[in-house]
Design a protein around this ligand. Structure first.
Ligand code: NAD
Length: 498
């Protein structure tokens, strides 16, 4: 009998009751290792009810005590690091050291959240008018929800619930049904750290669960990370239901390489960021933009042997560069994009389509693929592929290189490799993309800064974590107060500072 993975509601594991399940694969072997229950509307409502009850008490607890819960949670996650990484690696397929990075980058947001009392303080103006003081406070929203993708099953949930809970909210998480074990383990650890039951609930599910969260009037805010069409659906539908929504979507990040770049360094960074985690990162670098023919020729020549010699292995291996893709269906989608790129006229420099790992022939493995001469207008360049595929788009000059990421439908991250500070500064200033790296291939900002792309990579106007995250998970109230000693007459004209 295949193991079933249920939900975590009101501080306890509960089995799924809908009778619907999603397969959880082991991407290394290709076997179904468990099935995740897909929650019904009623089950989602039970999670929201638990969160609503808990919120009433949680918001009364002072900010420093709330932060202490996160301190304890951080310690427990650190102790459980190897177990969490193993759970991620077994269900997602990313290699163990990278799975540890997934947990660690989430923990860094928890560390940030431990200091949130400082950011939740309001402003105060003494004597804004005669005998009048004005102050503001940032109050929690209530029940908040997070809907997360398969590719960072620990980091992205922690981005969301860490900040939301520190701000005084209660949370319902709907993680990806493809790799649900790490998020469930995080909820157990939160309880162990002393969270009230019902503070962090996890419901596994698909569209039915997501729609139940969107339509439930008790859910006040939704944070979504996933593909762009669904991000847009959640943004539009959430707003229609009167919710605060931030929805982060897909990506197609470019690395621009100027002729003066240190080529050895640029190539090394590019190979890691294009093929690490089998390209299944929203901040991967699937497009290289060498500037000038000579740079392009050198780049492709240097990339080829490195792509051919990528070490591909079982996800639990410590010494591979990348593991398998998440599902067979996703691998098929990636293969089709490579076929399309060839039809569109791109040159296939390295072909990873037929790679099979000896002893793991049923695993969802794929070799690294390198395509040259991709162009705007090619569908395989316009779309996100999300696999171990790097496309080279040759640019004649700086302006052409700047236009490529700027005009692309996605605008998550971009990088420029150069030794010229002036060119790098100009690029960072003008490029139409939300996160920029200068000689840094994956410019994911640290936890106390803030994460978010532009264009079809993000809908909504506040980013994840950092002070922006605190703004998203709180609402501001501004109080204007006067304590008059004598009775005041009526005022019919709007008070001004004139
Ligand atoms: P996905 O959009 O398929 O799923 C994301 C979440 O939405 C999951 O929880 C899933 O269960 C749910 N979902 C799926 N179909 C739905 C539907 N029809 N209606 C409502 N909800 C639905 O994304 P994925 O494949 O899990 O993750 C990969 C995608 O996420 C890539 O596009 C990647 O670029 C993106 N991503 C973006 C960021 C970012 O910060 N911009 C970060 C990580 C991943």
């Amino acid at each position: 009998m295949t193991r079933s993975i249920g939900h975590f509601i009101n501080g306890a594991h509960v089995e799924g009751g809908s009778g619907r399940f999603g397969d959880v694969f082991n991407p290394t072997t290709g076997e179904v290792q468990a099935r995740a229950a897909l929650a019904s509307r009623k089950e989602v409502e039970a999670a929201v009810s638990a969160a609503e009850r808990t919120f009433a008490g949680w918001r009364e607890i002072n900010p420093q005590r709330r932060a202490r819960l996160l301190f304890r949670f951080k310690e427990l996650v650190e102790k459980d690091m190897d177990n969490l990484a193993r759970l991620i690696s077994l269900e997602h397929g990313k290699i163990l050291p990278d799975a540890r990075g997934d947990v660690q980058r989430g923990l860094e947001v928890i560390e940030f959240a431990c200091g949130i009392p400082h950011l939740q303080k309001g402003d105060y103006t003494e004597g804004a008018g005669p005998g009048i003081d004005v102050y503001s406070m940032r109050q929690p929203l209530g029940v908040c929800a997070g809907i997360t993708p398969f590719n960072f099953p620990a980091m992205i949930p922690m981005w969301m619930f860490g900040v939301a809970i520190a701000c005084g909210n209660a949370f319902v998480l709907k993680p990806s049904e493809k790799d649900p074990s790490a998020p469930l383990r995080l909820a157990e650890l939160m309880l162990e750290a002393g969270a009230p039951e019902g503070l962090l609930n996890v419901v596994n599910g698909d569209k039915e669960a997501v729609d139940a969260l969107i339509e439930d009037p008790r859910v006040k805010a939704i944070s979504f990370v996933g593909s762009s069409d669904i991000a847009h659906y959640i943004y539009a539908n959430g707003a229609r239901h009167g919710k605060r929504v931030q929805a982060f979507g897909g990506a197609k990040n470019h690395m621009v390489i100027l002729p003066d770049a240190d080529m050895e360094n640029a190539v090394n960074q590019l190979v890691g960021s294009a093929y690490g985690s089998a390209g299944e990162r929203c901040m991967a670098t699937p497009v290289a933009v060498p500037v000038g023919e000579k740079t392009a020729e050198t780049l492709v020549e240097m990339l080829k042997p490195k792509v051919e010699s990528l070490r591909i292995g079982p996800s639990l291996s410590e010494d591979s560069d990348l593991g398998p893709l998440v599902t067979a269906a996703h691998r098929e989608r990636v293969r089709k994009y490579i076929d399309l790129a060839i039809e569109e006229g791109q040159s296939l420099v390295v072909d990873g389509r037929n790679f099979a790992l000896q002893g793991y022939e049923n695993g969802f493995f794929m070799g690294g693929t390198l395509l040259d001469h991709a162009k705007p207008g090619h569908k395989s360049y316009n779309d996100e592929i999300f696999g171990p595929v790097l496309q080279v788009v040759r640019a004649k000059n700086f302006e052409e290189a700047l236009a490529l990421p700027s005009d692309h439908q996605y605008g998550n991250g971009v990088a420029i490799f150069t030794r010229n500070g002036d060119a790098a500064r100009e690029f960072a200033w003008r490029v139409n993309v939300g996160m920029v790296g200068v000689n840094v291939p994956i410019p994911v900002p640290v936890a106390y800064h803030t994460f978010g792309g532009w264009k079809r990579s993000a809908f909504g106007d506040t980013n994840q974590h950092g002070p922006e995250g605190v703004r998203f998970w709180t609402k501001i109230k501004t109080v204007t107060q006067r304590w008059p000693e004598d009775i005041q007459g009526s005022e019919f004209v709007i008070p001004t500072m004139g």
